[in-house]
Design a protein around this ligand. Sequence first.
Ligand code: PEP
Ligand code: MG
Length: 893
Amino acid sequence: AATAAKFVYDFHEGNKDLKDLLGGKGANLAEMTNLGLPVPPGFTITTEACKVYLADGAEPPALRDEVSAHLDALERRMGKRLGQADDPLLVSVRSGAKFSMPGMMDTVLNIGLSDACLPGLAAQAGDERFAWDSYRRLIQMFGNTVQGIDGELFENAIEAARSAKGVATDVELAAADLEALVGTFKDIVARETGRPFPQDPREQLDLAVRAVFDSWNGERAKLYRRQERIAGDLGTAVNICSMVFGNLGPDSGTGVAFTRDPASGQQGVYGDYLQNAQGEDVVAGIRNTVPLAKLQDLDRASYDELLQIMETLETHYRDLCDIEFTIERGKLWMLQTRVGKRTAAAAFRIAVQLVDQGLITEAEALQRVSGAQLAQLMFPRFDNGHKGDLLARGIAASPGAAVGKAVFDSYTAVKWSRSGEQVILIRRETNPDDLDGMIAAEGILTSRGGKTSHAAVVARGMGKTCVCGAEELEVDTKRRQLTAPGGEIVDEGDVVSIDGSSGKVYRGRVPVVPSPVVEYFEGRMHAGAEDADELVVAVHRLMSYADRIRRLRVRANADNFDDAARARRFGAQGIGLCRTEHMFLGERRELVERLILADTEEERDAALTELLPLQQRDFVQLFEVMDGLPVTVRLLDPPLHEFLPDITELSVRVALAESRQDHNENDLRLLQAVHRLHEQNPMLGLRGVRLGLVIPGLFTMQVRAIAEAAAQRRAAKGDPRAEIMIPLVGTVQELELVRDEAEAVIAEVEAARGVALKLTLGTMIELPRAALTAGQIAESADFFSFGTNDLTQTVWGFSRDDVEASFFTAYLEKGIFGVSPFETIDKDGVGALVRDAAKAGRATRPDLKLGVCGEHGGDPESVHFFHEVGLDYVSCSPFRIPVARLEAARAAA
Ligand code: PEP
Ligand code: MG
């Protein structure tokens, strides 16, 4: 027969690993109980009971009896019963989900107290004031959190009682004052709920438990879960714990403690203590707490015991713990502990401290930090205490803090920055034309586009701060100004500050502090130095653990000297994607234009011949910076029209010229070309390998430039390791055609230069068909690099340039996905294709090298996935390399 579900666990029945069932608080109370620490006896109602309640709208039928049985055992143990007139047992009811969650009902203390047993409590405590104070706290907390009565009503009544008596604090209210206050509170409850305050202790308990269950679906709790990506169906546990009292006089009190400083990681005595008080007094900040060290003078024995317990807990949990405790007439009680939250900097420091203490291994230390924390430590940020003048909020697209004068076009950005000004480039959206301006700017702000818009992707690539999609801002590039929601105007030259970590846009200069961690990666700060920053030393050590443990290699997406050099400083093991189209911008664009406009073979060859040495020079530089490491050069990918002027602007220009009868032959030809190349769906059009197959000479020119550059590096005694990559392949036939041509060119160069170049040739897997026929494609490829940007776009049918600004917000709100699939790999869909294609490719060719070069290559969660499916490397933008190194190790540890 099926055993009935168990919905209630005594504290001594659980342990710290049962967080799913008992919640964090319950699991840790159980753990402390089993460690023999002084925890007041109690029991936990499981998250399973909560789930049933939320699904059925009623408690599971078996719950009532189970609670009765556990209550009965508790009463026998404590030697008093709930509601017992001469000596009542009181309990606290506290929520406790798997993850601690603000917005949920927290605590009701003193459950079980009623008119009938109040004199008994007073007699037992020998303190009538205490009994009335406990009763008013119960009615206040119960009324507010269980019955939903506005807390102000109670606060106002206390305030009135204080001022009637002419005193400043609650402690100065006497028993009679508190008795009167209880009367007032009861009136408030009766008035607000239409019935008197419940006198039956068990009813109090049941209502409080139900209120905890209900609070799981409170608006603030739901909002918090969405933000933190916590599943909505976990439910909360409820802890019922016998009361101990910190408000029984000066030899009682309550406090919080940390086993080390959660801000710096320093070991020591950290915490606060409040004499003669209950927990909520500390939180409410009504009276001033004293530093925990003061407890030494107040109650030496309890202090020593607490320190002992803190050491026990740290050694047991092998991590920073935070603690809530109460002292009742000189007896110490532990009310809660958990592995404590900490800042990113403290996380790194604590991890290495614990390794040094022999408490954790290097592999465990890696689990105590995260790539997201490292990323946080790498960005310059606004000084914490600043009070900026907030203009608007956009999408936090590329983190960091940037300050500069507002400029509204690239030309001005470049001009002003050349004359030493710091500028923020503000555009409605950016396009490849803005690249110079983006490079010149401190940060980029756009009013349109999402996290994978051009501005966001390029800015992240450059490690530059970017806020995009700030739709409340009206950007008028003609008038060179932007208008904020309140009508406030920012003109060109006005200073603005943008926070790429929060998406906030400020008017004026908000002070910025640089990151020592980046100074370290850049080699400008040394971990071995005498006065090395403690954080830098910790990062250095964790990175060296990471490099020892990880299996995945980490490469960079880089297409110029500076990026490649930085990537190498940051630990890149090669280049996984050099987008050659980025080498066709600026003044070279005119050459590309000539190539496109060429009417004859001669014209086309002439343009290609001019491009060849330029490309070759770029490659020589890259091979030199990455000497001895692989460099994957991708042949031209985007549709040609991207290199031509905008169709509308050009049409206007031509029309105006016509009306002035001023014919510009070149403009006319350009316009024709623009029309000829115009596509409704350029992302699905003439791009990638398709271009290579229809524009004669284009790919062979690029292959020749690569081969010549490699030969040149060889002649200079270098060790170039070029890999040629073909984009947007859908069928092996495309690859074979390009391969034949490429091999012929390479053979020619090898013969002419007298060297064997050992170039490899592979393809991107970025179309579903390529993934589905990976076994065939591998016949003709030395390597695969998964282009998860295009693969996500084509698998979902989501336009990567449009969706984030259009319906993704709605999708995220509806919970269709918790995060954009362009940011974190969609494991079930796109990821499944990657996994299967990797497997099929390796079945054909066991030594097939596998990598990924889409944006996901630098995303922590995705890096774990790529580790699991057995890729050889991930490739990401230079600034994300340390994060990828760390996460690759965390995946392997
Ligand atoms: C990709 O599609 O994932 C990729 C890396 O190529 P691109 O972003 O240049 O299209
Ligand atoms: Mg692509």
